[in-house]
Design a protein around this ligand. Structure first.
Ligand code: NDP
Length: 434
C-alpha cells in the first residue's frame, strides 16, 4: 500500500491471493527467505505513455496508455489490452497480477502482463478508432514481440482493434510477425474458437464444478451479466448444455425474458448493430427491461455468471442471490465479485468458480493461437475447442487438488491461487534473484 497508494483494485487482488497462501508458506518457508511475495507483487516493468490522436473534428486528443509486464518466470508476458475510460494504473496492475496465476493455471508457458488505455471507444467513428489504435501501437511496439510480450483483446478491444494494431506493428517493425498479438481475425492468422473461448471455457469449468455435486447446466435457470464477448459465448454454451438463460445486461440496465433470452437477437444487437440491450424488448414482448444493471442479481436463478466487469457483484447482491436459492457462481469476468460477497458464497456453501480459473479459456486459446502461428498451421474449430475443454478440466482438477492438499477441500478460490502460484514461485527461485 505504501508503494502503490490509492490503488484499491491492486490491493484487493493481491490480498486475495496472499490470504490463500498462508498454508503454502507454512509448508514451504523458503519462499519467505527468497522474498517471493515481495517480488511477485512488484511488476518487472510498468510502462505508461502518451497517446495523442486527432478526432473527426480535427481536435487533438490525448489519452494515457499502459502496459504492465508483471512476471516472466514461466514464459513471455501475455495478457489483454483494455480500452475503457475507467482504466488507470491500479486496474491495469490488478489485471496483470491476476494474469500471472491464470496463465500459470493453463499449463502453458506464458507469463503475466496486461495493458490498455483510458480511451473510450464508444461512439467513436471507425477512422477515429484507427487513428487512436495506430498512435497507441506506435509507442507500444517498442516493448512487445512474439517472444517478449504478446498482447490480446479485453474490454473495448476486439478483432477490429487488434487488426489495426497488427497493421501498425507490421508497418513499424516490418515482416509479418503473426505471433505478436492474439485475437487476430482468421485471415490474419487468428485462431478459430478464440472469440468463443472465454465464455465457453467458463461454462466448461462450471460444468465440471457442478458435476462434482451430481448436478449440471441441464434445465438450470441462468443469469449472465454483460452482453459483450465473454457474456455472449457463456450464454451460447450454457444454452447448448440445456440451460435456460433468463437475463443479461449492459452497463445501462438488464433484460429479463421468462421465455429464455433469444441469443440471436442479442448477438445482432451487440455484435452487428452496436445497440443497447434495452432494444431487445422492442422485438420480444415477453421480455422486460430494467434501468439498473446491478438489478440483474435479483432475478432468481440456479447459476449466476458475472461476465461484465470488476466488483459488479457485491455483498447485497450476494445476499439476494443466496436468498433466492442460487447454487453456483462462475466468474467469467476478472474479479467481478467483491471480497465480502465471495466470503458469503463460501460460507453458505454456494459453489464458487473464481475468474482466475474459470475465465482462463481465453488466454489458453490465445496461447494456442501463438502455437499455430509458430507452426504456420491453422487448426479446425473442433481441434481448438477440444483442447480448450481439456485445459478447463485440468485447471479444475489442479485447483481442487491444491485446495485439498493445503487444507481447504472444495475451496476453488484457495485452490486456484495456490496451484497458479507454486509453479511461478518455483520458477522464480530456479532463475535466481532477478
Ligand atoms: P466487452 O467489452 O466485450 O463486454 C463487456 C460487457 O459488460 C458489455 O456488455 C458492457 O456493457 C458490460 N458492462 C460493463 N460494465 C457493466 C456493469 N457494471 N454491469 C453490467 N454490464 C456491464 O468485454 P469482454 O466480454 O471481453 O470482457 C468482460 C470481462 O471478462 C472483463 O472483466 C474482462 O477482463 C474479462 N475477460 C475477458 C476475456 C476475453 O477473452 N475477452 C478473457 C478473460 C477475462 P456496455 O456496452 O454498456 O459497456
Amino acid at each position: 500500500k505504501r508503494r502503490n497508494p490509492n490503488e484499491s483494485e491492486l490491493h484487493q487482488a493481491v490480498k486475495e491471493v496472499f490470504d490463500s497462501l498462508v498454508p503454502v508458506l507454512a509448508k514451504k518457508p523458503h519462499y519467505i527467505k527468497q522474498g517471493i511475495l515481495e517480488r511477485i507483487a512488484e511488476p518487472e516493468r510498468m510502462i505508461s505513455f502518451r497517446v495523442p490522436w486527432v478526432d473527426d473534428q480535427g481536435q487533438v486528443q490525448v489519452n494515457r496508455g499502459f502496459r504492465v509486464q508483471y512476471n516472466s518466470a514461466i514464459g513471455p508476458y501475455k495478457g489483454g489490452l483494455r480500452f475503457h475510460p475507467s482504466v488507470n494504473a491500479s486496474i491495469i496492475k490488478f489485471l496483470g497480477f491476476e494474469q500471472i496465476f491464470k496463465n500459470s493455471l493453463t499449463g502453458q508457458p506464458i507469463g503475466g502482463g496486461k495493458g490498455g488505455s483510458d480511451f473510450d471507444p464508444k461512439e467513436k467513428s471507425d477512422i477515429e478508432i484507427m487513428r487512436f489504435t495506430q498512435s497507441f501501437m506506435s509507442e507500444l511496439s517498442k516493448y512487445i514481440g512474439a517472444d517478449t510480450d504478446i498482447p490480446a483483446g479485453d474490454i473495448g478491444v476486439g478483432a477490429r482493434e487488434i487488426g489495426y494494431m497488427f497493421g501498425q506493428y507490421k508497418k513499424i517493425r516490418g515482416g509479418h510477425e503473426a505471433g505478436v498479438l492474439t485475437g487476430k481475425s482468421i485471415n490474419s492468422g487468428g485462431s478459430l474458437a478464440r472469440k468463443e473461448a472465454t465464455g465457453y471455457g467458463t461454462v466448461y469449468f462450471v460444468e465440471e464444478m457442478l458435476k462434482g455435486q451430481g448436478s449440471s447446466f441441464t434445465s438450470s435457470k441462468v443469469t449472465v451479466s454483460g452482453s459483450g464477448n465473454v457474456s455472449i459465448y457463456a450464454m451460447e454454451k450454457a444454452i447448448e448444455l440445456g440451460a435456460k438463460v433468463v437475463a443479461c445486461s449492459d452497463s445501462s440496465g438488464y433484460v429479463y425474458d421468462k421465455n429464455g433470452i433469444d441469443l440471436s437477437t442479442v448477438k445482432r444487437l451487440k455484435e452487428v448493430e452496436n445497440k443497447r440491450i434495452s432494444a431487445y424488448v422492442d422485438e420480444h414482448p415477453s421480455a422486460h427491461y430494467f434501468d439498473d444493471c446491478s438489478g440483474i442479481w435479483s432475478v432468481p436463478c440456479d447459476i449466476a455468471l458475472p461476465c461484465a466487469t470488476q466488483n459488479e457483484l457485491d455483498e447485497l447482491a450476494a445476499k439476494i442471490l443466496i436468498a433466492n436459492g442460487v447454487k453456483a457462481i462462475g466468474e467469467g469476468a476478472n474479479m467481478p465479485t467483491t471480497e465480502e460477497a465471495v466470503d458469503l458464497f463460501l460460507k453458505n456453501k454456494v459453489l464458487f468458480a473464481p475468474g482466475k480459473a474459470a475465465n482462463a479459456g481465453g488466454v489458453a486459446v490465445s496461447a494456442l493461437e501463438m502455437a499455430q502461428n509458430s507452426a504456420r498451421l491453422a487448426w479446425t474449430f473442433e481441434e481448438v475447442e477440444n483442447k480448450l475443454k481439456e485445459i478447463m478440466k485440468d485447471i479444475y482438477s489442479e485447483s481442487i487438488k491444491a485446495a485439498e492438499e493445503y487444507g481447504a477441500p472444495g475451496n476453488l478460490v484457495v485452490g486456484a491461487n495456490i496451484a497458479g502460484f507454486v509453479k511461478v514461485a518455483d520458477s522464480m527461485i530456479m532463475q535466481g534473484i532477478i
